[in-house]
Design a protein around this ligand. Structure first.
Ligand code: ADP
Ligand code: MG
Length: 318
């Protein structure tokens, strides 16, 4: 099979038809209808085999995952997905692999009501680059730099679980191939859910989110990005960090908390917002936790004033 046959067979008509996409694949560029009430949000992420996912991992999940992690950045900006491109590098044309991969992509594209609008297909070590395009309503400004002292810090989604999934798949490489055998931790790592719907529900409810970020590197590390950009410190109430029971089953409580604070790959969201907005957010979002507050100063402390530094918890792929 040749490059164009691959594109026709596996990457054409992937995702629903939407009104923004005037022309998808098949020309030199995709064409999107722009509108004056929205800004275009763009972000790109590359997933490299052996670095961002196990080489032999289930291809359906690889498809889902490479799109999910890119879409998570749109969620963190309050953007509605309108289309994505895929630059795929594969060592060989393996129809069974490509078919599963494209079905994983398709499943998430349908869920997000967003389609594949173009890309590039090349030969080499397995690598996937997904660029996402989203529409942000004017007036929505979820910048890392716009947190204010006194803002509450809210966590949406789960943290810590993906690191356990990755640890298990590295211990038992066969497990990465068997999607049907995955429990919550493996699913958290390989099949993360970008929190687009949650983010858009806050936009629709006109919640005054000040700053936002998705947690790809770890809760503390990503919170620090907001704090640095906004020139602030934070006080965290560690008792409010939701620790998944799966972690408590295999780690000490201290190790489990350290995983929640420092491990990446869960693609939860951190928001800062005025205290008056918190109860409405809590009523709109299922996986919600009020975990702290932004303060004048630098660094992160716990409720007792102890400085919280990233602990010895080790991520397994660096
Ligand atoms: P060009 O040479 O003009 O850059 P290509 O020959 O690389 O275009 O691709 C032909 C068409 O197929 C383009 O519309 C391109 O966006 C699309 N395409 C190529 N690879 C992919 C892919 N992996 N996924 C989606 N669309 C793709
Ligand atoms: Mg061209």
């Amino acid at each position: 099979m040749q490059e164009f046959a691959v594109i026709n067979r596996f990457f054409t008509n992937l995702g629903p038809e939407t009104q923004e996409v005037v022309k998808a694949l098949g020309d030199d560029c995709a064409l999107l209808q722009m509108n004056a009430q929205e800004l275009l949000a763009i972000s790109v992420d590359t997933s490299v085999a052996g670095r961002h996912f196990p080489v032999q991992a289930d291809p359906w999940a690889i498809g889902w995952r490479c799109l999910a992690i890119a879409m998570s950045d749109l969620a963190a900006m309050g953007a509605r997905p309108v289309g994505f491109t895929l630059a795929i590098t594969v060592p060989e044309i393996n129809s069974a692999w490509l078919s599963e991969f494209s079905q994983g992509l398709q499943a998430l594209a349908q869920q997000l009501n967003c389609s594949l609008i173009g890309g590039d297909t090349t030969q080499g070590p397995l690598s996937l680059t997904v660029q996402v395009h989203g529409a942000v309503q004017k007036g929505i400004n979820w910048r890392r730099s716009s947190a204010q002292a006194g803002d509450k810090i809210v966590l949406i989604g789960k943290v810590g679980l993906a690191s356990l999934g990755l640890e298990r798949m590295l211990q038992t490489p066969e497990l990465a191939k068997r999607r049907q055998a995955w429990l919550n931790p493996e699913q958290a790592y390989m099949l993360p859910k970008p929190l687009i719907q949650e983010a858009l529900s806050l936009v629709d409810a006109a919640i005054k989110v000040r700053a936002a970020i998705d947690i790809s590197d770890g809760l503390l590390a990503d919170l620090q990005h907001i704090l640095t950009a906004s020139n602030l410190g934070a006080v965290l109430d560690l008792a409010q960090i939701p620790i998944p029971e799966e972690l408590l089953a295999v780690y000490t409580p201290e190790q489990a908390l350290a995983a929640c604070l420092n491990a990446g790959d869960d693609y939860a969201l951190l928001l800062t917002l005025p205290a008056t907005e918190v109860s409405l957010v809590a009523s709109l979002i299922k996986d919600f936790a009020l975990i702290g507050e932004c303060v004048i100063g630098t660094g992160i402390t716990d409720a007792q004033g102890q400085v919280i530094t990233p602990s010895g918890y080790q991520h397994f792929i660096s």
